[in-house]
Design a protein around this ligand. Sequence first.
Ligand code: PFF
Length: 477
Amino acid sequence: MATSNANTKPRDTWGSKLGFVMAAAGSAVGLGNIWKFPYTAGESGGGAFVAIYLIFVIFIGFSVMLTEFAVGRKTGLSAVGAFKSTDRRWTFVGVIGVISGLLIMGFYPVVGGWSLAYIQKIATGLLDTPEAIGGSFGAFISDPVQPLLWMALYLVLNIVIVIKGISGGIEKAGKILMPLLFIILIIVSIRGLMLPGSIEGLKFLFNPDFSKVDSSVILAALGQAFFSLSLGMGCMITYGSYLKKKENLVQTTAMVTAMDTSVAILAGVAMFPAMFAFGMEPTAGPGLVFGVVPQLFAEMGGMVGLLLALLFFVGLSVAALTSSVSLLEVVVSYLIDEKGMKRTTAVLLSAVVMALLCIIASLSLGGVGPTLFDVGAFDIFDLLTDKIFLAVGGMLVCIFAGWRLNREDLKKEITNDGDVSFPLFNLWYNLVKYVIPFAIAIVAIAGVKGGFDAGKGEIMVLGLVMIAVTALFSKKL
Ligand code: PFF
Protein backbone atom coordinates (compact mmCIF):
# COMPACT_ATOMS: atom_id res chain seq x y z
CA MET A 1 0.00 0.00 0.00
CA ALA A 2 1.21 3.48 -0.74
CA THR A 3 1.85 5.47 2.37
CA SER A 4 2.87 8.91 1.18
CA ASN A 5 1.72 12.10 2.84
CA ALA A 6 -1.72 12.64 1.50
CA ASN A 7 -1.80 16.39 1.74
CA THR A 8 1.03 17.16 -0.59
CA LYS A 9 1.29 14.51 -3.26
CA PRO A 10 -1.34 13.11 -5.56
CA ARG A 11 -2.58 9.99 -3.93
CA ASP A 12 -1.33 6.68 -5.19
CA THR A 13 -4.08 4.21 -5.82
CA TRP A 14 -4.27 0.44 -5.68
CA GLY A 15 -2.97 -1.41 -8.69
CA SER A 16 -5.95 -3.64 -9.03
CA LYS A 17 -9.24 -4.26 -7.41
CA LEU A 18 -8.13 -7.60 -6.06
CA GLY A 19 -5.04 -5.88 -4.69
CA PHE A 20 -7.23 -3.54 -2.68
CA VAL A 21 -9.57 -6.24 -1.46
CA MET A 22 -6.63 -8.38 -0.36
CA ALA A 23 -4.96 -5.45 1.41
CA ALA A 24 -8.12 -4.49 3.26
CA ALA A 25 -8.72 -8.16 4.05
CA GLY A 26 -5.10 -8.33 5.22
CA SER A 27 -5.92 -5.67 7.80
CA ALA A 28 -9.18 -7.31 8.78
CA VAL A 29 -8.07 -10.95 8.98
CA GLY A 30 -5.69 -11.34 11.87
CA LEU A 31 -5.49 -12.36 15.49
CA GLY A 32 -9.03 -11.04 15.88
CA ASN A 33 -10.39 -13.89 13.77
CA ILE A 34 -8.22 -16.81 14.79
CA TRP A 35 -7.17 -16.00 18.33
CA LYS A 36 -9.85 -13.67 19.72
CA PHE A 37 -13.05 -14.87 18.05
CA PRO A 38 -12.90 -18.49 19.23
CA TYR A 39 -12.01 -17.70 22.82
CA THR A 40 -14.52 -14.85 23.11
CA ALA A 41 -17.20 -17.13 21.68
CA GLY A 42 -16.12 -19.79 24.19
CA GLU A 43 -16.30 -17.41 27.13
CA SER A 44 -19.59 -15.90 25.96
CA GLY A 45 -21.57 -19.11 25.78
CA GLY A 46 -21.07 -20.15 22.13
CA GLY A 47 -23.98 -20.24 19.66
CA ALA A 48 -25.95 -17.23 20.89
CA PHE A 49 -22.83 -15.09 20.82
CA VAL A 50 -22.04 -16.27 17.29
CA ALA A 51 -25.59 -15.52 16.10
CA ILE A 52 -25.54 -12.00 17.56
CA TYR A 53 -22.06 -11.42 16.14
CA LEU A 54 -23.27 -12.38 12.66
CA ILE A 55 -26.27 -10.06 12.93
CA PHE A 56 -23.95 -7.21 13.93
CA VAL A 57 -21.54 -7.97 11.08
CA ILE A 58 -24.33 -7.90 8.50
CA PHE A 59 -26.26 -4.85 9.72
CA ILE A 60 -23.64 -2.76 11.48
CA GLY A 61 -20.21 -3.93 10.28
CA PHE A 62 -21.06 -3.89 6.60
CA SER A 63 -22.68 -0.45 6.82
CA VAL A 64 -19.86 1.08 8.85
CA MET A 65 -17.21 -0.33 6.51
CA LEU A 66 -19.02 1.11 3.50
CA THR A 67 -19.23 4.43 5.33
CA GLU A 68 -15.52 4.42 6.14
CA PHE A 69 -14.52 3.54 2.56
CA ALA A 70 -16.82 6.28 1.20
CA VAL A 71 -15.51 8.93 3.62
CA GLY A 72 -11.91 7.92 2.88
CA ARG A 73 -12.29 7.96 -0.89
CA LYS A 74 -14.32 11.16 -0.90
CA THR A 75 -11.78 13.13 1.14
CA GLY A 76 -8.69 11.32 -0.12
CA LEU A 77 -7.23 11.64 3.38
CA SER A 78 -6.37 9.35 6.25
CA ALA A 79 -8.40 9.22 9.45
CA VAL A 80 -7.69 12.55 11.17
CA GLY A 81 -7.38 14.58 7.95
CA ALA A 82 -10.63 13.17 6.60
CA PHE A 83 -12.58 14.61 9.52
CA LYS A 84 -10.54 17.76 9.91
CA SER A 85 -10.84 18.76 6.25
CA THR A 86 -14.62 18.56 6.48
CA ASP A 87 -15.13 20.22 9.84
CA ARG A 88 -12.48 20.97 12.45
CA ARG A 89 -14.93 20.18 15.24
CA TRP A 90 -14.92 16.56 14.12
CA THR A 91 -11.15 16.17 14.29
CA PHE A 92 -11.48 14.40 17.62
CA VAL A 93 -13.09 11.36 15.99
CA GLY A 94 -9.91 10.81 14.01
CA VAL A 95 -7.83 11.35 17.12
CA ILE A 96 -9.89 8.79 19.03
CA GLY A 97 -8.95 6.40 16.22
CA VAL A 98 -5.28 7.17 16.74
CA ILE A 99 -5.60 6.49 20.47
CA SER A 100 -7.41 3.22 19.68
CA GLY A 101 -4.53 2.25 17.40
CA LEU A 102 -2.03 2.93 20.17
CA LEU A 103 -4.01 0.99 22.74
CA ILE A 104 -4.59 -2.02 20.48
CA MET A 105 -0.89 -1.99 19.73
CA GLY A 106 -0.43 -2.10 23.50
CA PHE A 107 -1.35 -5.79 23.48
CA TYR A 108 -1.53 -7.02 19.87
CA PRO A 109 2.26 -7.44 19.55
CA VAL A 110 2.26 -9.46 22.78
CA VAL A 111 0.00 -12.03 21.13
CA GLY A 112 1.86 -11.69 17.80
CA GLY A 113 4.99 -12.57 19.78
CA TRP A 114 3.31 -15.70 21.17
CA SER A 115 2.56 -16.77 17.63
CA LEU A 116 6.21 -16.32 16.60
CA ALA A 117 7.33 -18.18 19.73
CA TYR A 118 5.10 -21.12 18.83
CA ILE A 119 6.85 -21.48 15.48
CA GLN A 120 10.08 -21.97 17.39
CA LYS A 121 8.51 -24.15 20.09
CA ILE A 122 6.95 -26.46 17.52
CA ALA A 123 10.17 -26.65 15.54
CA THR A 124 12.01 -27.66 18.71
CA GLY A 125 9.77 -30.47 19.89
CA LEU A 126 6.63 -29.07 21.54
CA LEU A 127 4.53 -31.70 19.77
CA ASP A 128 6.63 -34.59 21.14
CA THR A 129 4.92 -34.42 24.51
CA PRO A 130 1.21 -33.79 23.84
CA GLU A 131 0.33 -34.06 27.52
CA ALA A 132 2.52 -31.04 28.31
CA ILE A 133 1.08 -28.73 25.60
CA GLY A 134 -1.79 -27.30 27.65
CA GLY A 135 0.34 -26.43 30.66
CA SER A 136 3.23 -25.04 28.67
CA PHE A 137 1.21 -22.09 27.40
CA GLY A 138 0.36 -20.85 30.89
CA ALA A 139 3.98 -21.22 31.98
CA PHE A 140 5.18 -19.40 28.86
CA ILE A 141 2.96 -16.32 29.05
CA SER A 142 3.48 -15.83 32.76
CA ASP A 143 7.25 -15.99 32.37
CA PRO A 144 8.56 -12.45 32.89
CA VAL A 145 11.20 -12.51 30.14
CA GLN A 146 10.46 -14.94 27.29
CA PRO A 147 7.25 -13.37 25.95
CA LEU A 148 8.88 -9.93 26.09
CA LEU A 149 11.66 -11.04 23.78
CA TRP A 150 9.20 -12.45 21.27
CA MET A 151 7.05 -9.33 21.53
CA ALA A 152 10.13 -7.22 20.83
CA LEU A 153 10.93 -9.30 17.76
CA TYR A 154 7.37 -8.95 16.53
CA LEU A 155 7.41 -5.19 17.07
CA VAL A 156 10.74 -4.85 15.25
CA LEU A 157 9.23 -6.62 12.24
CA ASN A 158 6.42 -4.05 12.27
CA ILE A 159 8.86 -1.17 12.57
CA VAL A 160 10.98 -2.36 9.66
CA ILE A 161 7.96 -2.92 7.44
CA VAL A 162 6.41 0.46 8.17
CA ILE A 163 9.64 2.47 8.01
CA LYS A 164 10.69 0.94 4.75
CA GLY A 165 7.19 1.29 3.39
CA ILE A 166 7.53 -2.33 2.28
CA SER A 167 4.02 -3.27 3.18
CA GLY A 168 3.77 -4.28 -0.47
CA GLY A 169 6.15 -7.14 0.32
CA ILE A 170 4.20 -8.30 3.31
CA GLU A 171 1.01 -8.13 1.29
CA LYS A 172 2.60 -10.40 -1.30
CA ALA A 173 3.49 -12.86 1.45
CA GLY A 174 -0.06 -12.51 2.70
CA LYS A 175 -1.48 -13.34 -0.70
CA ILE A 176 0.18 -16.74 -0.52
CA LEU A 177 0.04 -17.43 3.18
CA MET A 178 -3.51 -16.32 3.87
CA PRO A 179 -5.10 -18.78 1.44
CA LEU A 180 -2.72 -21.36 2.87
CA LEU A 181 -3.85 -20.55 6.39
CA PHE A 182 -7.44 -20.91 5.20
CA ILE A 183 -6.64 -24.36 3.81
CA ILE A 184 -4.90 -25.37 7.03
CA LEU A 185 -7.93 -24.23 9.00
CA ILE A 186 -10.06 -26.48 6.78
CA ILE A 187 -7.70 -29.39 7.46
CA VAL A 188 -7.79 -28.69 11.19
CA SER A 189 -11.59 -28.57 11.03
CA ILE A 190 -11.83 -31.89 9.21
CA ARG A 191 -9.38 -33.55 11.61
CA GLY A 192 -11.25 -32.14 14.57
CA LEU A 193 -14.61 -33.30 13.26
CA MET A 194 -13.30 -36.82 12.82
CA LEU A 195 -12.54 -37.12 16.54
CA PRO A 196 -15.10 -38.87 18.76
CA GLY A 197 -17.31 -36.44 20.66
CA SER A 198 -16.54 -33.55 18.34
CA ILE A 199 -20.14 -33.00 17.34
CA GLU A 200 -20.74 -31.39 20.73
CA GLY A 201 -18.35 -28.65 19.64
CA LEU A 202 -20.43 -27.87 16.56
CA LYS A 203 -23.56 -27.78 18.69
CA PHE A 204 -21.84 -25.40 21.09
CA LEU A 205 -20.94 -23.09 18.23
CA PHE A 206 -24.11 -23.13 16.17
CA ASN A 207 -26.93 -24.07 18.50
CA PRO A 208 -27.79 -20.78 20.16
CA ASP A 209 -28.94 -20.85 23.75
CA PHE A 210 -30.26 -17.33 24.21
CA SER A 211 -30.80 -17.87 27.91
CA LYS A 212 -27.05 -17.35 28.26
CA VAL A 213 -27.21 -13.89 26.71
CA ASP A 214 -26.81 -10.81 28.86
CA SER A 215 -25.78 -7.24 28.07
CA SER A 216 -22.07 -8.10 28.38
CA VAL A 217 -22.38 -10.83 25.74
CA ILE A 218 -24.10 -8.42 23.35
CA LEU A 219 -21.42 -5.78 23.84
CA ALA A 220 -18.71 -8.43 23.39
CA ALA A 221 -20.30 -9.44 20.06
CA LEU A 222 -20.45 -5.83 18.91
CA GLY A 223 -16.85 -5.18 19.94
CA GLN A 224 -15.73 -8.38 18.23
CA ALA A 225 -17.43 -7.31 14.98
CA PHE A 226 -15.65 -3.94 15.04
CA PHE A 227 -12.29 -5.37 16.04
CA SER A 228 -12.37 -8.14 13.48
CA LEU A 229 -13.42 -5.89 10.60
CA SER A 230 -10.86 -3.18 11.57
CA LEU A 231 -13.63 -0.63 12.03
CA GLY A 232 -14.26 2.35 14.27
CA MET A 233 -10.74 3.79 14.23
CA GLY A 234 -10.30 5.22 10.77
CA CYS A 235 -8.21 2.37 9.43
CA MET A 236 -10.65 1.66 6.61
CA ILE A 237 -10.98 5.41 5.99
CA THR A 238 -7.25 5.46 5.26
CA TYR A 239 -7.55 2.40 3.00
CA GLY A 240 -10.51 3.96 1.20
CA SER A 241 -8.48 7.10 0.51
CA TYR A 242 -6.26 5.04 -1.77
CA LEU A 243 -9.17 3.53 -3.65
CA LYS A 244 -9.75 4.44 -7.30
CA LYS A 245 -12.83 6.42 -8.21
CA LYS A 246 -14.09 3.75 -10.54
CA GLU A 247 -14.06 0.88 -8.05
CA ASN A 248 -17.35 -0.46 -6.77
CA LEU A 249 -17.42 0.34 -3.04
CA VAL A 250 -20.41 -1.83 -2.21
CA GLN A 251 -18.97 -4.91 -3.84
CA THR A 252 -15.58 -4.32 -2.24
CA THR A 253 -17.15 -3.95 1.19
CA ALA A 254 -19.14 -7.14 0.68
CA MET A 255 -16.03 -9.08 -0.31
CA VAL A 256 -13.92 -7.89 2.63
CA THR A 257 -16.71 -8.51 5.12
CA ALA A 258 -17.41 -11.97 3.72
CA MET A 259 -13.74 -12.99 3.77
CA ASP A 260 -13.19 -11.78 7.30
CA THR A 261 -16.30 -13.42 8.66
CA SER A 262 -15.70 -16.73 6.97
CA VAL A 263 -12.21 -16.94 8.46
CA ALA A 264 -13.61 -16.27 11.94
CA ILE A 265 -16.34 -18.89 11.60
CA LEU A 266 -13.89 -21.38 10.15
CA ALA A 267 -11.53 -20.75 13.07
CA GLY A 268 -14.44 -21.57 15.38
CA VAL A 269 -15.14 -24.80 13.50
CA ALA A 270 -11.46 -25.64 13.67
CA MET A 271 -11.30 -25.14 17.46
CA PHE A 272 -14.50 -26.25 19.18
CA PRO A 273 -15.06 -29.76 17.84
CA ALA A 274 -11.44 -30.62 18.68
CA MET A 275 -11.74 -28.99 22.10
CA PHE A 276 -14.81 -30.93 23.02
CA ALA A 277 -13.19 -34.12 21.78
CA PHE A 278 -10.12 -33.43 23.93
CA GLY A 279 -12.32 -32.62 26.91
CA MET A 280 -11.00 -29.06 27.16
CA GLU A 281 -13.10 -26.25 28.58
CA PRO A 282 -14.53 -23.78 26.00
CA THR A 283 -13.75 -21.04 28.49
CA ALA A 284 -10.01 -21.65 28.14
CA GLY A 285 -9.48 -17.94 27.43
CA PRO A 286 -6.65 -16.39 25.43
CA GLY A 287 -4.68 -19.64 25.40
CA LEU A 288 -7.31 -21.51 23.40
CA VAL A 289 -5.73 -21.59 19.95
CA PHE A 290 -2.27 -22.18 21.44
CA GLY A 291 -3.56 -25.26 23.22
CA VAL A 292 -5.92 -26.79 20.68
CA VAL A 293 -3.95 -26.50 17.44
CA PRO A 294 -0.64 -27.99 18.66
CA GLN A 295 -2.58 -30.72 20.49
CA LEU A 296 -4.45 -31.66 17.34
CA PHE A 297 -1.32 -31.83 15.23
CA ALA A 298 0.53 -33.72 17.95
CA GLU A 299 -2.21 -36.36 17.85
CA MET A 300 -1.89 -36.47 14.07
CA GLY A 301 1.77 -37.18 14.54
CA GLY A 302 4.58 -37.60 12.03
CA MET A 303 6.15 -35.13 9.67
CA VAL A 304 2.81 -34.05 8.24
CA GLY A 305 1.49 -33.04 11.66
CA LEU A 306 4.68 -31.15 12.40
CA LEU A 307 4.70 -29.38 9.06
CA LEU A 308 1.05 -28.36 9.25
CA ALA A 309 1.49 -27.07 12.80
CA LEU A 310 4.47 -25.01 11.70
CA LEU A 311 2.64 -23.63 8.70
CA PHE A 312 -0.33 -22.76 10.87
CA PHE A 313 1.72 -20.53 13.16
CA VAL A 314 3.72 -19.04 10.27
CA GLY A 315 0.41 -18.19 8.59
CA LEU A 316 -1.03 -16.83 11.83
CA SER A 317 2.04 -14.64 12.37
CA VAL A 318 1.80 -13.22 8.85
CA ALA A 319 -1.95 -12.63 9.22
CA ALA A 320 -1.20 -10.82 12.49
CA LEU A 321 1.53 -8.74 10.83
CA THR A 322 -0.67 -7.55 7.97
CA SER A 323 -3.13 -6.33 10.61
CA SER A 324 -0.72 -4.73 13.06
CA VAL A 325 1.06 -2.90 10.26
CA SER A 326 -2.26 -1.26 9.43
CA LEU A 327 -2.74 -0.34 13.08
CA LEU A 328 0.71 1.19 13.33
CA GLU A 329 0.13 3.05 10.07
CA VAL A 330 -2.93 4.84 11.50
CA VAL A 331 -0.79 6.29 14.30
CA VAL A 332 2.18 7.01 12.03
CA SER A 333 0.20 8.77 9.31
CA TYR A 334 -1.35 11.02 11.96
CA LEU A 335 2.11 12.03 13.21
CA ILE A 336 3.34 12.61 9.64
CA ASP A 337 0.29 14.39 8.25
CA GLU A 338 -0.73 16.43 11.27
CA LYS A 339 2.44 16.85 13.28
CA GLY A 340 4.86 17.15 10.38
CA MET A 341 7.15 14.36 11.58
CA LYS A 342 9.46 12.36 9.38
CA ARG A 343 8.31 8.80 8.76
CA THR A 344 11.23 7.22 10.63
CA THR A 345 10.77 9.48 13.66
CA ALA A 346 7.04 8.87 13.66
CA VAL A 347 7.46 5.10 13.51
CA LEU A 348 10.12 4.97 16.21
CA LEU A 349 8.25 7.29 18.54
CA SER A 350 5.02 5.30 18.20
CA ALA A 351 6.88 2.04 18.61
CA VAL A 352 8.49 3.18 21.87
CA VAL A 353 5.09 3.99 23.34
CA MET A 354 3.67 0.71 22.05
CA ALA A 355 6.61 -1.25 23.44
CA LEU A 356 6.10 0.26 26.88
CA LEU A 357 2.39 -0.55 26.82
CA CYS A 358 3.15 -4.08 25.62
CA ILE A 359 5.68 -4.66 28.40
CA ILE A 360 3.12 -3.70 31.04
CA ALA A 361 0.47 -5.80 29.25
CA SER A 362 2.69 -8.86 28.98
CA LEU A 363 3.88 -8.68 32.58
CA SER A 364 0.30 -8.33 33.81
CA LEU A 365 -0.39 -11.88 32.61
CA GLY A 366 2.13 -13.15 35.12
CA GLY A 367 0.46 -11.08 37.83
CA VAL A 368 3.27 -8.50 37.78
CA GLY A 369 2.76 -4.73 37.55
CA PRO A 370 0.04 -2.22 38.23
CA THR A 371 -3.67 -2.99 38.18
CA LEU A 372 -6.60 -0.63 37.97
CA PHE A 373 -9.77 -1.60 39.82
CA ASP A 374 -8.18 -5.05 40.10
CA VAL A 375 -7.87 -5.45 36.32
CA GLY A 376 -4.43 -6.03 34.77
CA ALA A 377 -3.03 -4.00 31.86
CA PHE A 378 -3.58 -6.67 29.17
CA ASP A 379 -7.28 -6.87 30.00
CA ILE A 380 -7.56 -3.10 30.37
CA PHE A 381 -6.28 -2.43 26.84
CA ASP A 382 -8.47 -5.18 25.46
CA LEU A 383 -11.56 -3.89 27.26
CA LEU A 384 -10.99 -0.26 26.41
CA THR A 385 -10.43 -0.84 22.73
CA ASP A 386 -13.00 -3.10 21.17
CA LYS A 387 -15.81 -2.62 23.65
CA ILE A 388 -15.49 1.13 24.11
CA PHE A 389 -13.19 2.96 21.69
CA LEU A 390 -14.05 1.07 18.51
CA ALA A 391 -17.77 0.88 19.23
CA VAL A 392 -17.99 4.58 20.09
CA GLY A 393 -15.68 5.42 17.17
CA GLY A 394 -18.00 3.50 14.82
CA MET A 395 -20.99 5.31 16.25
CA LEU A 396 -19.32 8.70 15.69
CA VAL A 397 -18.34 7.84 12.10
CA CYS A 398 -22.00 7.05 11.41
CA ILE A 399 -23.21 10.25 13.05
CA PHE A 400 -20.62 12.18 11.03
CA ALA A 401 -21.71 10.62 7.75
CA GLY A 402 -25.42 10.77 8.49
CA TRP A 403 -25.71 14.20 10.04
CA ARG A 404 -22.68 16.18 8.90
CA LEU A 405 -22.17 14.98 5.33
CA ASN A 406 -24.61 15.54 2.55
CA ARG A 407 -26.89 12.69 1.53
CA GLU A 408 -26.55 13.36 -2.20
CA ASP A 409 -22.76 13.58 -1.98
CA LEU A 410 -22.67 10.22 -0.26
CA LYS A 411 -24.95 8.76 -2.87
CA LYS A 412 -22.69 10.04 -5.64
CA GLU A 413 -19.63 8.65 -3.89
CA ILE A 414 -21.09 5.21 -3.32
CA THR A 415 -22.71 4.88 -6.74
CA ASN A 416 -19.75 6.41 -8.61
CA ASP A 417 -21.93 9.28 -9.83
CA GLY A 418 -24.73 6.94 -10.71
CA ASP A 419 -22.66 4.37 -12.62
CA VAL A 420 -23.08 1.67 -10.00
CA SER A 421 -26.51 0.67 -8.86
CA PHE A 422 -27.06 0.32 -5.13
CA PRO A 423 -30.75 -0.34 -4.62
CA LEU A 424 -30.26 -0.57 -0.86
CA PHE A 425 -28.90 2.98 -0.60
CA ASN A 426 -31.88 4.25 1.39
CA LEU A 427 -31.71 1.32 3.78
CA TRP A 428 -27.98 1.85 4.28
CA TYR A 429 -28.43 5.59 4.77
CA ASN A 430 -31.17 5.21 7.35
CA LEU A 431 -29.21 2.55 9.18
CA VAL A 432 -26.17 4.81 9.33
CA LYS A 433 -28.07 7.96 10.23
CA TYR A 434 -30.56 6.65 12.76
CA VAL A 435 -30.41 2.99 13.64
CA ILE A 436 -26.72 2.23 14.15
CA PRO A 437 -25.84 5.20 16.39
CA PHE A 438 -28.87 4.46 18.52
CA ALA A 439 -28.20 0.72 18.62
CA ILE A 440 -24.56 1.19 19.57
CA ALA A 441 -25.48 3.66 22.29
CA ILE A 442 -27.95 1.23 23.84
CA VAL A 443 -25.63 -1.77 23.59
CA ALA A 444 -22.71 0.21 25.03
CA ILE A 445 -24.68 1.70 27.93
CA ALA A 446 -26.24 -1.66 28.84
CA GLY A 447 -22.87 -3.39 28.42
CA VAL A 448 -21.10 -0.91 30.69
CA LYS A 449 -23.81 -1.36 33.31
CA GLY A 450 -23.49 -5.13 33.03
CA GLY A 451 -19.72 -4.76 33.18
CA PHE A 452 -19.96 -3.62 36.80
CA ASP A 453 -21.09 -7.11 37.82
CA ALA A 454 -17.93 -8.53 36.32
CA GLY A 455 -15.78 -5.88 38.01
CA LYS A 456 -15.00 -4.27 34.67
CA GLY A 457 -17.53 -1.46 34.49
CA GLU A 458 -15.13 1.08 36.02
CA ILE A 459 -12.59 0.52 33.23
CA MET A 460 -15.27 0.99 30.60
CA VAL A 461 -16.43 4.22 32.22
CA LEU A 462 -12.80 5.33 32.20
CA GLY A 463 -12.77 4.71 28.43
CA LEU A 464 -15.83 6.88 27.99
CA VAL A 465 -14.21 9.62 30.07
CA MET A 466 -11.06 9.41 27.91
CA ILE A 467 -13.19 9.87 24.81
CA ALA A 468 -15.00 12.86 26.33
CA VAL A 469 -11.70 14.49 27.32
CA THR A 470 -10.33 13.95 23.81
CA ALA A 471 -13.42 15.60 22.38
CA LEU A 472 -13.09 18.57 24.74
CA PHE A 473 -9.50 19.20 23.82
CA SER A 474 -9.97 18.51 20.13
CA LYS A 475 -9.20 22.07 19.10
CA LYS A 476 -5.62 21.61 20.18
CA LEU A 477 -5.13 18.38 18.21
N1 PFF B 1 -8.90 -6.64 12.40
C1 PFF B 1 -7.67 -7.01 13.04
C2 PFF B 1 -7.80 -8.44 13.54
O1 PFF B 1 -8.89 -9.02 13.45
O2 PFF B 1 -6.83 -8.98 14.04
C3 PFF B 1 -7.30 -6.06 14.17
C4 PFF B 1 -7.41 -4.61 13.78
C5 PFF B 1 -6.62 -4.10 12.73
C6 PFF B 1 -8.32 -3.79 14.42
C7 PFF B 1 -6.76 -2.78 12.32
C8 PFF B 1 -8.47 -2.47 14.04
C9 PFF B 1 -7.69 -1.99 12.99
F1 PFF B 1 -7.82 -0.74 12.63
